[in-house]
Design a protein around this ligand. Structure first.
Ligand code: NAD
Length: 350
């Protein structure tokens, strides 16, 4: 029996997580395992119910589960709250408390989504990138202060924090055919980046089979657009990874397609890479695929149900090949469907 904490969150969160649960339920039936869901309020929903984006009631539920499936948090109604009450503070707190320092996002170009991308046809063929983003350090967690007419945020990293994520990225690169790792920093101007680069060079000695390249983040942002095929595995710090992985999502056709896993502690967390999309919330318009693919990662990494994970990934490809599309990836001549129908069809193809 696998226990999963379900944190639907805000905006489209409830729709996309319910959609993913439809697919998980079917996978459990087909592959003969049992799932128990433990739903709890989180983000804006946590604030509304308990006055905190990560309430103690939710924390207790999470700590008694083996994995967390999260929708998304945030919305304009929470934007003016003091920082500790904002939904995003709940997200930072759960990542930190669960020790989830390693965020993995995978970006693949599907040629049947060619019309969704702004690049010329054929230009993105073969793009297949994994981004390792450090998730519990850097500017989002460093000391910060705001007065009337000044403010600062601090980027602080220890060698240990850098080394543990860099090792994971090297290990993955060493298992991929190209064995290539790009480490992205800003070592020409930032001390934390100089330390980052030094640690990467040291860890590289343990992985002689992996070829390492260092890129400055500004150049990397451009290279992702002009020559994305050059990348295989990327490793970078928290804020650079946040920005570059959203940029890279465009290579896959839509933010609605990009899954993520956050690992490093006893309990891992799985969530789509996008936000709560308040503009389309409650309209059955959201693309649930990123959340469904995150659920596949959950089965793979937390429960070693590799066959079920692969079957879900294959069912997603099948449905897209058959021409079914949600609004964000709609195309002429394709069959337009909503969030729940997309989930049901993927479950049916399992
Ligand atoms: P967003 O990712 O929510 O939306 C950006 C655009 O992409 C919108 O047009 C939205 O409609 C579209 N989109 C996103 N996901 C989609 C999906 N599954 N299907 C179809 N279209 C989709 O980013 P934003 O608008 O900058 O932020 C909205 C809220 O989400 C803010 O409150 C922000 O703080 C929050 N946010 C939360 C997370 C998270 O929970 N991890 C991440 C990013 C932003």
């Amino acid at each position: 029996m696998y226990h999963i904490a379900i944190l639907k969150g805000d905006g489209i969160g409830p729709e996309i997580v319910t959609a993913a649960m439809t697919v998980l339920d079917k996978a459990a039936k087909k592959f003969d395992f049992q799932l128990t869901y433990h739903e709890a309020a989180f983000g804006g929903a946590g604030y509304d119910k308990y006055g905190s984006p990560y309430p103690d009631e939710t924390r207790q539920i999470v700590e008694n589960c083996q994995a967390v499936l999260l929708g998304a948090v945030g919305g304009p109604q929470y934007d003016l709250l003091p920082r500790e009450f904002r939904p995003e503070s709940g997200l930072l707190a759960i990542r930190k408390e669960l020790g989830l320092y390693c965020n993995i996002r995978s970006i693949k170009y599907y040629d049947f989504l060619a019309n969704q991308v702004v690049w010329k046809e054929g230009f993105l063929n073969g793009v297949d990138i994994i981004i390792y983003r450090e998730l519990t350090g850097g500017a989002y967690f460093g000391e910060k202060k705001r007065e009337n007419d000044w403010a600062y945020d601090t980027i602080y990293y220890t060698k240990t924090e850098i080394e543990r994520i860099v090792r994971q990225a090297f290990a993955t690169a060493s298992n991929r055919p190209r064995k290539l790792l790009h480490s992205i920093d800003k070592a020409n101007v930032m001390e934390s980046s100089r330390l980052w680069r030094e640690v990467v060079e040291n860890v590289a000695k343990d992985f002689p089979q992996v070829h390492v390249e260092h890129l400055y983040v500004d150049n990397a942002a451009m290279q992702l657009i002009v020559n994305p095929q050059q990348f295989d595995v990327i490793v970078t710090e928290n804020m650079f990874g946040d920005i570059l992985s959203d940029e890279a999502a465009a290579l896959g056709g839509s933010l609605g397609m990009m899954a993520s896993a956050s690992l490093g502690g006893k309990i891992s967390l799985y969530e789509p890479a996008h936000g709560s999309a308040p503009d389309i919330a409650g309209k059955d318009k959201a693309n649930p695929i990123a959340t469904i693919l995150s659920a596949a990662m959950l089965l793979r990494f937390s429960f070693q149900e590799e066959a079920a994970a692969q079957a879900i990934e294959q069912a997603v490809t099948t449905i897209l090949t058959e021409g079914y599309r949600t609004a964000d990836i709609a195309d002429d001549g394709m069959k337009s469907i909503g969030c729940m129908q997309m989930a049901q069809l993927i479950a049916d193809r399992l």
